[in-house]
Design a protein around this ligand. Sequence first.
Ligand code: NDP
Length: 450
Amino acid sequence: MSMIKDIELDHFMNGVIRRNPGETEFHQAVQEVAVDIIPHIRHNETVKKMRILERMTEPDRIVSFRVIWEDDKGNIRVNRGYRVQQNNAIGPYKGGIRFHPTVTQSVLKFLAFEQVFKNSLTGLPLGGGKGGSDFNPKGKSDREIMRFCQAFMTELSKYIGPNTDVPAGDIGVGGREVGYMFGQYKRLIDRFEGVLTGKGVEFGGSKIRPEATGYGVVYMMQAMLKQKSQEMAGKVCAVSGSGNVAQYCVEKLLELGAKVVSMSDSGGTIYKETGISKDDLLWIMNLKNVRGGRISEAEAGIGAEYLEGKRPWQIECELAFPCATQNEIEADDAKSLIKKGCKAISEGANMPSTPAAIEIFREGKIVHAPSKAANAGGVAVSGLEMSQNSLRMSWSREDVDNHLRNIMADIHDQCVANGTNSNGDVDYFKGANIAGFEKVSRAMLAYGAI
Ligand code: NDP
């Protein structure tokens, strides 16, 4: 990212802001891409004339719908559902579904936009989309979750299909929710087809899909360390979040001999100076996946220190893995991480660093993999799940894990090939943006003005 004022970039961003008023998360995600793509296409008259970047910022379509469900007390509840179908130039729309009270059209548009580049980087034929609802799953009974998922899918089923749009999980949507939604789709459409990924292995799910995003985040870090002739073993790691991505990120880090000193949730952070053990992780998985508890309970449960209302970025670490949510690393957090010895970051959550934080990391020469590259392992294995469903086959854990490792290594290499600066440093943001853009852009050019 150049600090020199870029008139073309300003003009482009003004247009995006004017056309999408108030959608700050979406503006942020587009800006993060445009800073690299506008200079990249500056002398490419064809791409500019065909308005490829402008077209990529305009979703193919957005559907928004009412979701009506009944809670356990017999009250009728009203939520809003969405599906943003961003771009299908290189394959069917693909991207997760998020259930969280902070879900808005802006949040889903930022996620869908990022997803287009991420899916392109995987090398698989996947377009980009995202969906969700402002439904809050916290504190809901299993029956309420089921009724909500069924009501949501009753409407969503009209817009998706194995060759049109294939949703998956995200925040608040895991295996249980995917199971309820897939069941409802199957009941409505009366066909058994791979319309969702992240399914149970008994009904078409891929092995390693639950682990894929977290494992991939670590494989990306491993590749970045290797580039600097370093290893993961012994490294002190700060991880945020305690959901799906964080859990399997920690599992893989422990397997590779790293020392993980933190995890968190929206209430606060746990810090264990001696390192979270495999047994501690199992305890946390049980707390979060079975009991639905808060991370504060780990103070008594595994003997960790609980830092109420705090994020893990004040802790001494060499490597950081933000795996909770967007904008969880702000400028002060970035400064603190550098001060505490952090040398590299692999983003598990989508867009976890604010623009100011990214700039601070860049100035501090921190090795920093953006989410669109680092967390692409999840959607990559979802792509492999689609292939297995089409082939009516189920591959072994080893097969899927090998594919995942190769895909992450390839994403790393694409970042190096497209993001190496003249001084030899790799700008992983630039590399991921350019590599992701190129493939989609070429397909869009081939189709003409549509
Ligand atoms: P989960 O719902 O399993 O876990 C989310 C975790 O993040 C929880 O610990 C949650 O804490 C915390 N969190 C959520 N919102 C906030 C917030 N506003 N402030 C602080 N903490 C918060 O989701 P995932 O692990 O699936 O997703 C985590 C991130 O990874 C998201 O950014 C998602 O988009 C991204 N991602 C996920 C993929 C996947 O395959 N699941 C694929 C690629 C990216 P609490 O329990 O208190 O809410």
